[in-house]
Ligand binder design. Structure first.
Ligand code: ADP
Ligand code: MG
Length: 697
């Protein structure tokens, strides 16, 4: 049988239907898939020791001969031991295997094996427990640098290793290179075949480094080519020009003077939407930098041109808040605003839908319900999404598609309160123009931040009482119960501090700690209505202390709140903590952020110190990326970018820049990658953006 990348795994010996199903879970259905199913680490098993020289306490390979027949002993129900003595010219080694009774039939005196495991030394006695092993001379799992693959239940490393071996053997020559030869040569990248061989079965660590470098470059290169294409496509699309009326007409609606940064962002938008191609702009600014009035400006300009605007927020809470702000700002100018979320139902919903369809409504504020089935717009000209990192590149494309039904693509404005490291911005927003709000509105009082341990808890409660006595309000945020999405897993050596479960904690605070104060609670599992009523009670000053999970993370604005307390702060990412801190310091009173952590871990402490030191969101984001790694910078795949297989946004920054420059140079010369020598690259780009197949069709 001739193996090719298209050979189904079921055609290989050792892969039956059951195993195939499990492999499919890892995205492996064909032999070719194995090529870029990379090991996530390696074990250096090159040195094979004699029994005496084998370093105690370390996993290593030992070559030895079976001395006696193995013995099987039954310890208790569900616990069998196979014991085996092996020898070489330097000594003897005692092996124990748990619950592998079949091994009694495997080992025969006189046979030589290489065992891999941790050698324990007790006096002169040397032993190993449940080592991996193979006959001497086979060299599959010993005597080499062993690739260790990400596994799933029912799929062993051994299986993946043998599949990868076959893939590398049969398919690497048939895996043509997507990197154009001139690019490969000018960036000193190794051949694809060499790279694939050595990423799986490194000859040595130098070869592995060369292989990695090439594959990382390839990954970034393909990705940035794809984003370049997306951007290009946008630029070419047809948009409806919406020349805005003079700015002062809008400014007269505002209760304050805009900051220079806000004004610049509005001018950027004015310039964009006046042109006959769709705007695709990101406004990125720290919490409190005043993004809402910038968004409102765009909505206003759209309304003045007789087109509709949809403003989408990630939560109902935020949608409702935006709805209130926009109504207050724009209704005096005669612009109609409506709220459309999942909880708007019945008659009300019907009325809004029909007004939208007839064009009687200018601005619809809501959640993704704005784009659900059955919502039709008469003339959708502008789509604004707030807190963008919760939506992905794919969703942006979907939104654009909604408007395209009308022939022209709507203008797209994205607001992000998450300052992100430049390197990530480069990728995540690679298809957008960017305006940065780097100036806070005047009159903000700086926030003091402290990281404290349990010892300070009573003092902290006293401080809360003082603040409330002065008429201020307090947030207390806990990690969500049973919902660890987006939270940092604890390093294992750290003892898990008792997670404050919001509901129980709120109760305890109310009954035992602050019996005379008003304690409220919001968490993600509550109904939108309930959340809304607690939040509005808080913003009207009817609640003193609001205990919550991170549902308040984004956007909520209560200027009278002056204290932000975060429990189990070590469980949050720095950027997330920074967002939380941004909930206070919004009014004229001095504000505090207290990060409570019982964690004694050095790393945890250091992370929290970053926040005490600076309030610059961009600096914090960089630190977060470096300390925490980018893997889950935004939670699982929320950035909407294809998952990277070898590359790492944080540690491979230099290669990222190199690859991006190469991609830009290539696109300058062949903007849609239509030249025949770029066909394969074009195809790869399509593949890695598979979730957005439509965009690349
Ligand atoms: P964010 O960028 O976090 O979305 P918001 O748009 O919610 O910030 O603005 C935060 C607060 O600052 C709001 O209460 C808003 O009214 C106020 N604000 C915005 N711009 C200005 C300004 N130029 N001068 C004074 N206050 C402003
Ligand atoms: Mg906001």
């Amino acid at each position: 049988m001739v193996y090719t990348p298209a050979t189904p795994l079921t055609a290989l010996t050792g892969v039956g239907p059951a195993r195939a199903k499990k492999l499919e879970k890892l995205g492996l259905t064909h032999l070719g898939n194995l090529l870029d199913y990379y090991p996530h680490r390696y074990e250096d098993r090159r040195t094979v020791y004699t029994i005496r020289e084998a370093p105690a306490g370390e996993a290593c390979c030992v070559c030895a001969m079976v001395a006696d027949y193995p013995t099987l002993s039954h310890i208790r129900k569900g616990m069998d031991l196979v014991k085996l003595r092996v020898v070489d010219h330097t000594g003897q080694l005692h092996l124990t295997f748990f619950n592998q009774s079949y091994l009694r039939e495997v080992f025969r005196p006189g046979d030589s094996y290489v065992f891999f495991g941790k050698v324990e030394a007790m006096g002169h006695r040397r032993s190993m427990t449940s080592p991996a092993f193979e006959p001497e001379g086979r060299g599959q799992i010993t005597g080499r640098i062993l690739p260790v693959y990400p596994l799933t239940a029912g799929v062993s490393n051994q299986l993946l290793l043998s599949l990868a071996q076959q893939a590398v053997e049969h398919c690497t020559q048939q895996a043509p290179d997507a990197i154009p030869a001139p690019v490969r040569l000018s960036h000193q990248l190794c051949q694809r075949e060499f790279a694939l061989q050595n990423i799986h079965f490194p000859r040595d660590y130098e070869a592995l480094a060369l292989a990695r470098r090439r594959l990382i470059f390839e990954e970034f290169f393909t990705l940035t080519c794809g984003l370049g294409l997306l951007k290009e496509r946008r630029v070419q699309g047809e948009g409806t020009p919406l020349p805005p009326p003079p700015m002062h007409a809008y400014l007269s609606l505002l209760p304050f003077t805009p900051t220079g940064a806000q004004r610049r962002a509005m001018e950027d938008i004015a310039g964009d939407i006046a042109r006959p191609r769709p705007m695709n702009r990101l406004v990125m600014g720290d919490v409190g930098s005043g993004k809402t009035v910038v968004a409102a400006y765009a909505a206003w300009a759209a309304a003045c041109n007789g087109v509709q605007c949809a403003l989408m927020a990630p939560t109902e809470l935020l949608a409702e808040q935006h709805y209130r702000t926009l109504t207050a700002l724009l209704s005096p100018a005669g612009v109609s605003v409506a709220l459309l979320t999942g909880s708007v139902k019945g008659k009300e919903r019907k009325a809004i839908l029909s007004q939208l369809e007839q064009g009687a409504l200018s601005v619809a504020v809501g959640t993704h319900a704005l784009f659900s089935e059955g919502v039709r717009y008469a003339r959708l000209g502008l789509v604004i999404t707030d807190e963008q990192h919760r939506f992905g590149v794919a969703q942006r494309a979907a939104l654009a598609a909604k408007g395209s039904a009308l022939g022209a693509q709507p203008h797209v404005l994205v607001m992000s309160a998450t300052p992100i490291p430049r390197t990530l911005a480069l990728l995540i927003y690679g298809d957008l123009e960017v305006s940065i709000l780097d100036e806070l509105p005047p009159g903000r009082t700086p926030i003091s931040t402290f990281a404290v341990g349990e010892a300070k808890r009573q003092g902290m409660y006293g401080f809360i009482r003082e603040q409330v006595a002065q008429g201020r309000q307090v947030y207390i945020v806990c990690p969500a119960v049973g919902d660890t999405e987006g939270l940092i897993p604890l390093p294992q050596e750290e003892d898990a501090p008792d997670l404050k479960a919001a509901t129980a904690y709120a109760q305890q605070l109310q009954t035992q700690v602050f019996p005379h104060l008003r304690v409220g609670l919001v968490h993600g599992k509550m109904k939108a209505r309930e959340k809304e009523s607690v939040m509005s009670a808080f913003s009207q000053g009817q609640v003193d202390i609001l205990v919550s999970t991170t549902v308040i993370e984004v956007g909520v604005d209560v200027p009278n709140a002056t204290v932000m307390i975060v429990e189990n702060a070590e469980r949050f990412g720095l950027s997330q903590l920074h967002q939380l801190r941004g909930r206070v310091g919004r009014g004229c009173h001095k504000s505090w952020c207290i990060l409570v952590s019982a964690s004694r871990g050095e790393a945890a402490r250091e992370r929290l110190c970053t926040l005490c030191r600076t309030t610059d969101g961009f600096e914090i984001a960089e630190a977060d990326l470096t300390l925490r790694g980018p893997g889950d910078f935004f939670g699982k795949r929320q950035h909407g970018l294809p998952q990277l297989k070898v590359a790492d946004f944080a540690s491979d920054v230099e290669l990222l820049h190199e690859a991006r420059d190469a991609a830009q140079a290539l696109l300058a010369q062949d903007p849609d990658l239509s030249q025949p020598e770029h066909a394969l690259l074009r195809q790869r780009v399509g593949e890695i953006f598979a979730q957005e197949a439509d965009t690349f069709n």
